[in-house]
Design a protein around this ligand. Structure first.
Ligand code: ATP
Length: 312
């Protein structure tokens, strides 16, 4: 059985005057999948999101969101199935959190009796009846997330969802995203917080000056661009000397001159390398494997932008 993607872009481009903001992007995101859009300022992330939401018309190409062109007259009927957290959340300061969510729930035709659950979800229940003027930045952001979650949308689009949040609230956001995914929602996140995206998303799309320069699982992109992992070994000097001897010709002896050796290793050779180490039966005090982070992957693809596209 094939699952139709909730978002499908084919050759989508947007030119503002003479500025190409998005160039010929092909992309599909399935139900139950979380895709992160990353890129430098001005890379085209917001423009792409606005096109998916139907707020900006593409200059060329085709977009299908839950089977419909966002520019089609019938698309507004689908809006109740889309939750959107904009980068800047603006609310009426003199309204309470509850009045605000009730307002948005009515707009979406969602039941009002689900609001308490939403306040609990974003940890705002205790403040639900306070005026928004008393909310901190993080509380406003969490109210914005609750607003996006109204009606259990099938498509959740979150622009910088963890901006201004403390570590516990950030963790909670990814818990909410995972729950939405389990319910079959498609989640599209735009974020500059690369460190926290690592291991929390299914795939990443890297935009560079409007070009989609990479699309895939982080592990695959790491492999495709040939970034090495680092294996760090700690051991006493006599053990280090034996390691230097064993790896003579592979790693220069300089790697082993103090108690810590950091050895670069191709991702697809990592397991064999660790097996070889175990077979040496030497007394190592520690082994740490560090895979290149999303930030390193991003920098590598951004440096190479303009070359070939890589779809892992
Ligand atoms: P950021 O990370 O700073 O939010 P972004 O990746 O979301 O950036 P966009 O806002 O999509 O980038 O901008 C992409 C390009 O399109 C930029 O060169 C920007 O100046 C241009 N652009 C965006 N909106 C408009 C507009 N309404 N009119 C003209 N140019 C625009």
């Amino acid at each position: 059985m094939t699952t139709e993607p909730n978002i499908k872009l084919t050759g989508v481009a947007k030119i503002y005057g003479t500025t190409p903001a998005v160039k010929a992007v092909d992309l599909a995101v399935a139900p139950g999948e979380c895709l992160a859009l990353v890129g430098h300022n001005g890379a085209g992330k917001s423009t792409l999101i606005k096109m998916v939401l139907g707020l900006v018309q593409p200059s060329s190409g085709e977009i299908s969101v839950m089977g419909l062109d966002p520019q089609a007259p019938g698309f507004h009927a689908l809006r109740k199935d889309i939750g959107f957290l904009p980068e800047q959340v603006l609310f009426q300061n003199n309204m309470t959190g509850r009045e605000t969510l009730s307002f948005y729930a009515r707009l979406k035709g969602a039941p009002l009796d689900s609001l308490d659950d939403l306040f609990h979800k974003v940890d705002l229940f205790a403040a639900a009846d306070q005026r928004i003027s008393t909310y901190s930045k993080g509380m406003r952001q969490r109210l914005g997330l609750a607003q996006a979650l109204i009606g259990s949308p099938k498509l959740l689009i979150l622009d910088e969802p963890t901006s201004g949040l403390d570590p516990v609230s950030r963790q909670n956001v990814y818990g909410i995203i995972n729950a939405a995914k389990r319910d079959g929602a498609t989640v599209l996140i735009s974020s500059h917080a690369l460190t926290e995206l690592d291991a929390r998303i299914d795939r990443v799309a890297i935009l560079s000056r409007g070009d989609l320069v990479a699309l895939g699982r982080i592990a695959d992109l790491r492999r495709n661009i040939g970034l090495a992992s680092d294996v760090t070994l700690r051991a006493a000097p006599d053990v280090m000397a034996k390691l230097a001897q064993h790896f003579d010709g592979v790693y220069s002896p300089d790697h082993f001159i103090n108690g810590t050796a950091i050895l670069p290793c191709a991702p697809d050779q990592k397991v064999d390398f660790l097996r070889e180490l175990v077979d040496l039966n030497l007394e190592l005090s520690d082994i740490v494997v560090h895979d290149p982070s999303l930030e390193e992957v991003f920098m590598a693809y951004s440096r190479g932008a303009g070359g070939e596209k890589s779809h892992g």
